[in-house]
Design a protein around this ligand. Sequence first.
Ligand code: LLP
Length: 423
Amino acid sequence: MNTFHYQNGELFCEDVPVSQLAEEFGTPLWIYSKSAFLSRLKEIQDAFAEVDPVICYSVKANGNLSILKTMNDAGSSFDVVSGGELFRVQQAGADTSRVVFAGVGKTDDEIRQALKADILMFDVESEAELDAIAAIAEEVGCVGRVALRLNPDIDAKTHHKTTTGKKGNKFGMDIERATELADKVLKDDRLELTGIHMHLGSPILSTDPYAKAVKKGAEVITQLREKGHNTNWLNLGGGFGISYKTDEGPSAQTYADVIVPTIKEIGCRLALEPGRFIAGNAGVLISQIVFTKREGGKLFYIQDGGMTDLVRPAMYDSYHRVWPVKPAVPMPFDCEGEIEGCEPADVVGPVCESCDYFAKDRYLPPMERGDHLCMFSAGAYGSVMSSNYNARPRSAEILVDGSNYQVIRRRETYEELIALEQP
Ligand code: LLP
């Protein structure tokens, strides 16, 4: 897929020069490729087509209304983790009867909102939550459809801050309790057990954790069926990895190859909650170099984008490829290590925190004040995690479609920064 590519010495998003967007809308600027979103969704739809899954795009990765509409029009459903995300999905005009709702701390109001929206199922994360859903379902006058979110104790070999399926993580309930919990649901006519849910972590670059999870999930479903439960859904969550560095991200087919056979064997429905796989490489963050300086024996490129825009490097030490929009040296396939014609530098933001950086000791072509820089693979967990720290307005978002583009979120103003406050 080549939705962000260099042509005649400058970066394009689809058919639009990125420098043109940076000039027109200013920086920092999020730029998304519509065809990148759609082709990644289609890759999953095609790879899993045999078992007709419900693909629930994970709203937390990038919940812009226009992106949600794009996903909805292409046949995706949604995974939400808050009343706010459910509201977004509703505002995007989606059919909420295919929405799944995870999260360890759903409030009564959020449960009520989801029951009224008649969502496909809650991914229930504690016994106390089962009780709450039952009580509120009775009050609303409906039955709460629930999937037990089970913690399978599988090491997804990802960052410790984004691992979710190991014993001791706050998510889900111990897999050994599945039968006891299912029996509780069966006895309660305010609830209906639709299936089980697992989400192992994010991003997961190997298929092994999924192979283990689908086996464990199938065992639980078989046991529950033997006990008379009509358990029909296995939701394997999200976590499919992407290429941040070179081409380390597996294809959807690679994941499907280890998941589909077991789903067919036990004959149940499959739900998936991909976020990063769809959004990650569909977006970039463009910044402008404000100053360059050499201090302490180091070269610094100080740019207008910072951790308030893209927090991933500060929060998880995440690697994002960084390269100029109009580079003096063509971007190599692998941007790590020494690169001819380049010099090691730190790319940092303006925020008053030492962790406000995008790259450290990275070989980069020579750049000057005013040049534009691209942070690649920023479409997932980028703008959604941005903040107003240091009273920095949130940046604008642009969606490119071929040679057309539109502002899908305009830049925040200073007035909006204080709009909710009383002097
Ligand atoms: N389903 C559940 C229940 C989740 O908790 C998540 C992500 C997903 C699906 C989607 O995972 P994905 O397909 O996007 O990997 N902020 C971190 C990632 C946190 C992921 C949280 N949960 C980052 O920037 O890497």
